[in-house]
Design a protein around this ligand. Structure first.
Ligand SMILES: [Mg+2]
Length: 177
């Protein structure tokens, strides 16, 4: 068995990476909880994480990886509410994130800001950051040494197979520097 190596920090996009919707256009407030894993908006739309998200986040937490959320959403309050109402390992998902970065513009900005706030600038410089994101344009985070992990299928979002294959790609590129 090959032991996986983990980066110091993993950054997650939200819409179409952790859940199958856009916070700013698909959700009608108020939202209420049907259970710890499922919410419903005022239009009757059900909301939950993609199925592999919970185990991936718990695995990273267990391995002491710092978690960051970075979203270009125009409605951070809605995103924040989803993260507060949806649970992971019995706790509100939001409690696992060390930094939440919102707003328009490049994720280079979001990630640099998070690294600064968390005093992880050298980890970033040394290639110990990874971003999971469904939008190819966010590949530009490579310019600040953050590994870009493409979440290519919006029907499935972040899957265990993408997670493992990107971890392997990242650790290979780190070790061949
Ligand atoms: Mg997205």
């Amino acid at each position: 068995m090959v032991l996986l190596q983990y980066p110091k920090a993993v950054v997650f996009d939200l819409d179409y990476t952790l859940w199958p919707l856009w916070c700013d256009t698909h959700i009608y407030m108020p939202i209420s909880a049907l259970s710890r894993n499922e919410l419903v908006d005022s239009n009757g739309m059900k909301i939950s994480f993609y199925k592999d998200v919970e185990s991936i986040i718990l695995e990273l937490v267990e391995n002491e990886v710092v978690l960051i959320a970075a979203s270009r959403t125009a409605t951070p309050k809605i995103a924040q509410e989803l993260l507060s109402l949806l649970h992971i390992g019995g706790k509100p998902a939001i409690t696992y994130f060390h930094s939440l970065q919102w707003g328009q513009g490049s994720k280079v900005k979001h990630i640099s800001k998070a690294a600064e706030d968390l005093r992880l600038q050298s980890a970033l410089q040394e290639g110990h950051f990874m971003l999971f994101d469904d939008e190819s344009r966010n590949r530009d985070v490579g310019s600040i040494n953050c590994h870009f992990a493409y979440v290519y299928d919006e029907n499935q979002g972040l899957t265990r197979s993408i997670f493992i294959s990107e971890l392997k790609k990242w650790s290979k590129s780190l070790n061949t520097r």
